[in-house]
Design a protein around this ligand. Structure first.
Ligand SMILES: [Mn+2]
Length: 407
């Protein structure tokens, strides 16, 4: 059996003021092509399907069009769960219609998908809270999917009926997973977990949540889960939340963050975004490999000591996204900013960095400040913050703003 694992599509997300919609169209097209080329039996989308609870109409359309295409007229199963950016209600509301296409949407950790069977032969034969057993056309063995969409600790307690406040999240999940596995996941089928949770190694270097992510940790007191909390039955663990690809391993089980299909932060300068392809059969260790995605724009974070150097780099690197830091001894003029922006359409931000040595900052307000005009105070403040006197352009701007205030 062959699976494709992806996550964190964040449809509707932009980088600064730059829309990513056309890249999202391209990269989902690429994922659909990989699914066909690799002839996978199932596609797992591990949460953060959208970037917000109320995504733009164009993103919603792109999403449904893509999962429909992935499901191949009910010949392939698609399992998509809600992440912490998704509205669980929104994610699962089209489930009755989606099932007809072979698509399963799970919004909550206790979501129970109804059993059904399609003319293609695809069917869900067993179902429980956060669990489905699926028969896929052309496969003799069932695929068992344990699904843990995002929920904060309080919600999880409610869903799973845990009353003891001392019980820790990782133990709650461990017990729940074990209970479901003992009941349904023997070695006569393929058993996997799809989850939007924060799993990090218990020892050694801990993983960090990405800067462009709403953190899961400490929201409602949730803590990290360890690979040790996973029951032995899972042959593959498909994770969503972290945006870089992070392959972990628990015994013979790959425990993998596939990462987002596009870089969504200027800190995410990962060489290539990717998806996972998993070959797995009952009772045997799964084989997981990554397939790089090539359509998304690379994100760069560059520092230049002159505008000329920056423009040169921008012209040599079209079709990228870049946060520029310009080191200079004077403040960037409007003309220079304009020159930079007209050299490239992927500038996320321009950060001017004044290089004058910081002579041990003194507070810029003093008793004499009381007798100073607003212009003088502004000059003091500007110099205090940047080490430079403001140029005339900036003073003119200040005066314009002050006049506008008076009107
Ligand atoms: Mn995410």
């Amino acid at each position: 059996m062959k699976l494709l694992h992806t996550a964190d599509w964040h449809l509707g997300k932009s980088l600064g003021t730059i829309s990513r919609h056309s890249e999202q169209i391209q990269v989902l097209d690429e994922i659909c092509e990989i699914a066909d080329r690799e002839n996978v039996d199932a596609v797992l989308i591990a949460g953060d399907l959208f970037d917000t609870f109320n995504p733009p109409v164009e993103s919603v359309e792109l999403f449904y069009r893509s999962v429909k295409r992935l499901a191949k007229d009910g010949n392939r199963v698609v399992v998509a769960i809600a992440g912490n950016h998704d509205s669980p209600e929104r994610i699962e509301s089209p489930d009755p219609l989606a099932r007809e296409c072979g698509i399963l949407f799970l919004g909550y950790p206790n979501t129970k998908v109804q059993t059904f069977s399609l003319p293609s032969g695809l069917s869900v034969t067993k179902s429980d809270d956060g669990f489905v057993e699926i028969h896929i056309p052309g496969q003799d063995v069932p695929l068992r999917v344990v699904a843990t969409p995002y929920a904060n600790e309080r919600r999880l307690r409610t869903y799973l009926g845990i009353e003891n406040p001392e019980e820790q999240l990782r133990n709650i999940l461990e017990e729940r997973w074990k209970f479901i596995c003992d009941k349904y996941c023997d070695d006569k089928g393929v058993n996997i977990l799809i989850a939007h949770v924060f799993i990090t190694p218990q020892t050694g270097e801990k993983l960090k949540e990405p800067d462009d992510e709403k953190p899961i940790l400490d929201v409602g007191g949730a803590q990290a889960v360890f690979p040790e909390n996973l029951p032995v039955n899972f042959q593959y663990v498909a994770l969503g939340h972290l945006h870089r690809r992070i392959p972990m391993q628990k015994d013979t089980t790959p425990v993998v963050y596939s990462g987002s299909p596009l870089s969504y932060s200027v800190n995410d300068t990962e060489q290539a975004k990717s998806i996972s392809i998993i070959d797995v059969n009952p009772g045997e260790p799964a084989n997981c490999r990554k397939v790089d995605l090539v359509t998304g724009k690379r994100v760069h974070r560059k520092t230049f000591s002159s505008v000329i150097d920056a423009v040169r780099w921008l012209e040599a690197n079209p079709n990228t996204l870049v946060e520029l830091t310009i080191q200079s001894q004077t403040y960037l003029t409007a003309e220079e900013r304009k020159g930079l922006y007209s050299a490239h359409d992927g500038i996320v931000d321009i950060i001017p960095l004044i290089t004058t040595a910081d002579q041990g900052k003194q507070p810029f307000l003093s008793p004499e400040s009381l007798n100073k005009s607003v212009e003088e105070l502004f000059r003091d403040y500007f110099k205090h913050e940047t080490g430079q006197d403001p140029n005339e352009e900036i003073m003119t701007l200040l005066n314009e703003i002050m006049r506008a205030e008076e009107e």
